[in-house]
Write a protein that binds this ligand. Sequence first.
Ligand code: GDP
Ligand code: IMO
Ligand code: MG
Length: 429
Amino acid sequence: MGNLVIVGAQWGDEGKGKIVDLLTENADTVVRFQGGNNAGHTIIVGGEKTVLHLIPSGILHKNCNCVIGNGVVVDPEVLVQEIELVKHRGLLDNPERLIVSDRAHLIMPYHCRLDQLREEAKGALKIGTTLRGIGPCYQDKASRRGLRAGDLLDLNAFRDALKERSDFYNNVFEKLFEVKPISFSSLCDQVMPVVEKLVPYIKDTTPYFADKIANKKQMLFEGAQGACLDLDHGTYPYVTSSNTVASAASTGSGIGPKEIDQVVGITKAYCTRVGSGPFPTELDDEVGTLLQNKGHEFGATTGRRRRCGYLDLVTLKHAARINGFTGLILTKLDVLSDITPLRVATAYKINGKEIHHVPSRIEELEKCEPVYTELTGWKDDLSAINSPDALPKACQDYIAFIEKFLDIPVQIISVGPERNQIMHLKKIW
Ligand code: GDP
Ligand code: IMO
Ligand code: MG
């Protein structure tokens, strides 16, 4: 029991949406605490697919409250569209179930434009962002130039503040990038009718969380992206602009770190990455293609092809350290059938020397060659198996190898995209 943080342990897309949906069946509250609509979290129930970018993945359970915390950057257009989608599906009959923190920062059209212009200017060195304005919005937050959800509670004052930001950005666009400015009236036409629809959801979440904590209500904190995309601990500069590690659940929602009881990392049984940046176990061969095709590895937000490779236990150990994992969830095990032998990276080699950590300097990480341990693969289809004892011996050994290497228990394994394609090995709550 207690409060649980669920985070990605790799480069994102580990299956957080599916797992958060599964674990929020009896939770009181689910909270997004960082990132924005760069995230794409997929839930599939009875063949029906839902992809969420901002609303927490507990929304399918009608008794679970959903909070978008202060650490999230909110694009009002995207959130309003998503609210309409869930309302249409009958999932938000009680609007009080969704709360947007008044301290969450807002992504405005000029942020998206800046994201695009910067990426274009970088050429071959581009980060491969989702172009959703995430970096520019967090930059404004740190520069104390941001607009927050709470500013929408006085729409006239918000409009004035928007004019000031619009003038600032038009200066940047014209002088730095030599492109046309965005007219304030068209910016207002785009923004104002949308933002007013968010007003009923905006609240101060501090008393909300204080009340939940006092009454020992169960809360799940849903991470976006993954450990290797963390702004401080990831493969900088090829990272996102927020802290994706579990401790961000505290700052990103406004609860003390003592309120977090368990930190569970989700990892695929192999690795993927979308966007640029180092990826030591990346495969450019038929195994990579097999993982890509069988795993349907296309981004849920941008549709981009995900790069694929073997499981990297060096980065996973790094993720375990920076998050303090109490447990692990292993997804997409079904995709590994037919790959034999199976390789997992257990060290890196750089300049002829073996190392067991992830170097902080990108120049070094780019030179790292994975050192593989070979394990026996299996041919059996796992997708219909529902008892861990029925898994092929080689698959049980694969799980045991990961647990032993990391010294962390695997608590759940997932063998398909559907909600029920799951096996509990050790109880979470
Ligand atoms: P998230 O960003 O971490 O929520 O992950 P995404 O939703 O972006 O990507 C995960 C993809 O894998 C989605 O299409 C899921 O439906 C799918 N998925 C999740 N778990 C499994 C699994 O165990 N096996 C298979 N084959 N697909 C899975
Ligand atoms: P979920 O929550 C995978 C990647 C982008 C890019 C880098 C920076 O679905 O796991 P940004 O737009 O954040 O400035 O892009 O981060 N990225 C993700 N990759 N899954 C995500 O989210 C991601 N969110 C951002 O591809 O490399
Ligand atoms: Mg995703």
